[in-house]
Design a protein around this ligand. Structure first.
Ligand SMILES: [Fe+2]
Length: 339
């Protein structure tokens, strides 16, 4: 397949308190507010090449409103739209808006709203923000833990392999890895990529009947030291570490997880390998191989099984499934009403 998508361009999330969420990303996490339009707040990391990478919009619950992907070309956008229609998913063309040109918008087969776009506004630093280095969209932030740019999003879906297959076949994502439970061939996690990173799209198994949920949004920093400083600065300013810092087995990124003001989970990554192999065959990990925790010694908190918005039912994590979820998956008839 010709290359259709280049990378993740922005994430739009909902928050019951837009100002509180934006204040978190600005003041604690070191992003910068670039626009406020009709109650929606647009933020950027200092190294984002486009004007913004995070959009916070009003909503009753924290959740994913949209993921926007930049296509490889104008022609690739047309091809992607045709592929989506041919796969039986209905989409529509829009004008984009706030720096985005013509876009194709659709809801993926597992309920995730997507925008594909080629034409979009490149970031031009305002006076006082220009870097002395030509490759940098703006100067490095003075904030102690400012992420460099948006990295990936991990969503929840009722069928991990089905989700991965659709995004591979229709939009050309490479499927990099799966995690199956140690106890049974049940797939609870997968990572996909549009480029050389181990993933820019992750998916965890969701047993709830609420489609389109998100598990976390993730940003990038250059060095492991900056990641550790971020953990330190956030701890000192009242934001606990939910999980990490540690290293994922899959992707080999350093990671840490924390929650923003709405409760939505945010991850910070550094490191990790690059993989350029065009015909890569997805690997299958077990949690006991260290899929989520490279050192195989981490006790992942149960809170990591929460996805957003909240729903009855369980989601898996990069480390597999909780004991409750395993019991549910391995013996579904044990639970009343499911036999
Ligand atoms: Fe992640």
């Amino acid at each position: 397949m010709e290359k259709l998508l280049s990378h993740l361009a922005h994430l739009e999330i909902s928050s019951p308190d837009v100002e509180a969420s934006a204040a978190f990303y600005e003041q604690k996490f070191g992003m910068r507010i670039v626009d406020r339009i009709d109650g929606t707040i647009y933020l950027r990391c200092w190294g984002d090449y486009y004007r913004y990478s995070l959009v916070v919009t009003d909503g009753d619950e924290p959740g994913l409103v949209r993921m926007a992907w930049r296509t490889a070309s104008e022609a690739a956008l047309e091809t992607a739209a045709k592929n989506i229609a041919a796969a039986g998913t209905e989409g529509h063309w829009t004008d984009g808006g706030n720096g985005y040109g013509k876009a194709y918008e659709f809801v993926g087969p597992y309920g995730h709203p997507m925008r594909l776009v080629y034409e979009l506004e490149k970031f031009e630093a305002e006076p006082g923000f220009a870097s002395i280095y030509p490759d940098r969209p703006e100067k490095r932030s003075r904030h102690a833990c400012a992420p460099r740019f948006l990295d990936h999003v991990t969503v929840a879906a009722s069928d991990v392999r089905g989700f991965a297959k659709w995004y591979n076949e229709v939009l050309g994502f490479r499927i990099m890895a799966f995690t199956d439970l140690d106890e049974a061939p049940i797939t609870v996690f997968s990572v996909l990529t549009t480029n050389e990173k181990s993933h820019d799209l992750g998916v965890v198994l969701d047993t709830s009947d609420r489609a389109g949920r998100v598990n976390h949004i993730a940003f990038w920093t250059d060095t492991h030291e900056e990641l550790l400083i971020t953990a330190d600065v956030l701890m000192e300013n009242g934001t606990p570490m939910e999980y990490g810092p540690s290293i994922h087995g899959i992707g080999e990124q350093n990671f840490l997880y924390f929650r923003e003001a709405s409760g939505l989970r945010v991850e910070l990554n550094s490191g990790g390998y690059r993989n350029y192999v065009p015909d890569w065959e997805p690997t299958t990990w077990k949690p006991s191989d260290g899929s989520a925790n490279f050192y195989r010694n981490g006790a992942m908190p149960d809170s990591m099984t929460e996805s957003f918005p909240a729903a009855d039912g369980l989601t898996a994590t990069e480390e597999g499934a909780s004991e409750d979820m395993k019991a549910d998956l391995l013996n579904p008839y044990a639970r009343q009403g499911r036999g």
